[in-house]
Design a protein around this ligand. Structure first.
Ligand code: ZN
Length: 52
């Protein structure tokens, strides 16, 4: 399961686009072995981008 970097909603691994906002998922996020670390990084990036 991946997370949209735009809206933060969960995206199925089979989907190439966010079903909520239509943002395309990162192609490198589908086959990375360390997906948990990647998801954490994305969450951090999303959190940082949320700060005004
Ligand atoms: Zn989205």
């Amino acid at each position: 399961m991946a997370y949209c970097r735009k809206c933060g909603n969960m995206i199925p691994d089979t989907s190439t686009y966010c079903t909520h906002c239509g943002n395309p998922t990162s192609p490198s996020a589908q086959t990375k072995p360390n997906q948990q670390g990647l998801e954490t990084a994305i969450k951090v990036m999303f959190f940082i981008s949320y700060i005004p």
